[in-house]
Design a protein around this ligand. Structure first.
Ligand code: GLY
Length: 438
């Protein structure tokens, strides 16, 4: 079956591999030629992923029978609506359904009117004085969010990217002047985790939980990035998450899918919940209308099932359960020095793939071209899979040594020390808390 994949990052390399393994004949459109995808693809078109007309032209030229959308920006541009109106069934939500990610105020209001569990307090402001007065009266630390897509860079939290509520008011005022509106939320303390599900609009099929490391530098400091790495555990939970927490997070996503259908925006594709495990249980930080990057790499590395069949199940409304191996995964992204603020670009790096494979690790290509020249974002990921988290982490770490150049990565991703830190945060919040094994 001829399948179009839109997007050329690490997430899409992992999706492309899984589709080909499932029997797909792969065609890719992305803004650069991902060397991993180029090896797998029968056809490769270079275009901006939001250029719906050009993507559609390639899709027709290749006569594709199914499409799979990787990133969020083309969803917002209405790529699913356009492909489906040409008779090409597509894995991904329509523009209207993708508002769960692309319009953060809409998503919060949707949760409120449908009584979705895992909500947090929020307010939307278009008036600077009103916003300032409300934050003063509220008094507790807030989160300031632009309403639309910002590639993970627009959200600022008091105590982290913002010193105090005074700085929050300044930033919120700037956003009102720029965008007309701003979203202010209460700050929720705890530990973040990712739950991704497949859905055909009715059935919801969970994938293993993953934890992402969004900060640029070790010990969770520095600017927020797309994610410098991630891990998952053989039991598909995380050390600080109980089965009961997991069930609550899943209920949030299940109720979301039900309510989307009820409101007339049936949602199909992958729904990603970014949760904060607070002292009182999981709270939804935000929805994403696609796989996470790097989280897709973790779960697809242990998918013991056929992604092409799952994709057909999604578009035909016949989704069935999916199996995943009981293995641990560790993904370490390698980024150009200076990423994300001032990355080295245009420099060729050395990637000794044979050496990486000999260590038992896998390579996933991302923002790097066919000459292995850095393009400015996360360049490639090294993946370790093992029976235990320790084993997976060691494999990934050994693999990284075979990449040389002006690059950096986080050594602490998936290490016991970094996980202990998260467990101790939960101990402080929960008192009686007992970690589960990973
Ligand atoms: N890893 C965060 C994201 O994909 O948005």
């Amino acid at each position: 079956m001829r399948v179009l994949l839109v997007g050329g990052g690490g997430r899409e390399h992992a999706i492309g591999e899984a589709l080909v393994k499932g029997g797909a004949e792969l065609y890719v459109v992305s803004k650069h030629k991902n060397p991993g995808l180029a090896r797998l693809a029968k056809g490769y078109g270079i275009a901006k992923e939001t250029d719906v007309e050009r993507v559609l032209k390639f899709a027709k030229e290749w006569n594709v029978e199914l499409a799979f959308i990787g990133p969020e920006a083309p969803l917002e541009a209405g790529i699913v609506n356009a492909l489906e109106s040409e008779g090409i069934p597509t894995v991904g939500p329509t523009k209207e359904a993708a508002r769960l990610e692309t319009n953060k105020a809409w998503a919060r209001e949707f949760m409120e009117r449908n009584d979705i569990p895992g909500r947090k307090m929020f307010k939307v402001f278009d008036d600077v004085q009103e916003m300032r007065g409300w934050i003063d009266e509220y008094g507790k630390p807030v989160v300031v969010k632009p309403l639309g897509l910002t590639g993970g860079k627009g959200v600022k939290v008091v105590g982290y990217q913002l010193k105090d509520n005074e700085e929050a008011k300044e930033y919120a005022e700037h956003l009102i002047k720029k965008d007309g509106k701003v979203l202010i939320e209460e700050r929720t303390d705890g530990v973040e985790f990712t739950l991704q599900v497949f859905t055909d609009g009715k059935k919801v099929v969970p994938m293993p939980l993953v934890q992402d490391y969004p900060h640029a530098y070790e010990d969770d400091v520095g600017p927020i990035t797309g994610g410098m790495g991630s891990y998952s555990c053989p039991n598909h939970l995380l050390p600080f998450i109980t089965r009961d927490d997991w069930k609550k997070a899943l209920e949030t996503l299940e109720e979301t899918i039900k309510a989307m259908k009820k409101e007339g925006y049936p949602y199909k594709g992958i729904l990603y919940g970014q949760f904060m495990l607070s002292g009182k249980g999981p709270v939804l930080i935000e929805y994403n209308a696609r796989f996470g990057d790097p989280e897709a790499i973790n779960v697809l590395s242990i998918l013991d099932d056929n992604l092409l069949e799952i994709s057909l199940g999604i578009v035909e409304g016949k989704l069935r359960n999916a199996k995943f191996l009981n293995k641990a995964t560790v993904v370490k992204y390698i980024a150009p020095q200076g990423y994300p603020e001032n990355p080295v670009r245009g420099v060729r790096i050395e990637i000794h793939e044979d050496g990486i494979l000999k260590e038992g690790a896998r390579v996933i290509y991302a923002s790097i071209d066919e000459n292995l020249t850095l393009l400015g974002s996360r360049a490639l990921a090294i993946v370790g899979i093992g029976d235990s988290l320790e084993e997976a982490e060691k494999i990934a770490e050994r693999g990284v040594k075979h990449v040389k150049g002006p690059i950096f990565y986080r050594k602490d991703v998936g290490t016991r020390r970094s996980i202990e830190k998260r467990i101790s945060i939960m101990r402080e919040l929960r008192g009686d808390f007992e970690p589960n094994s990973c």
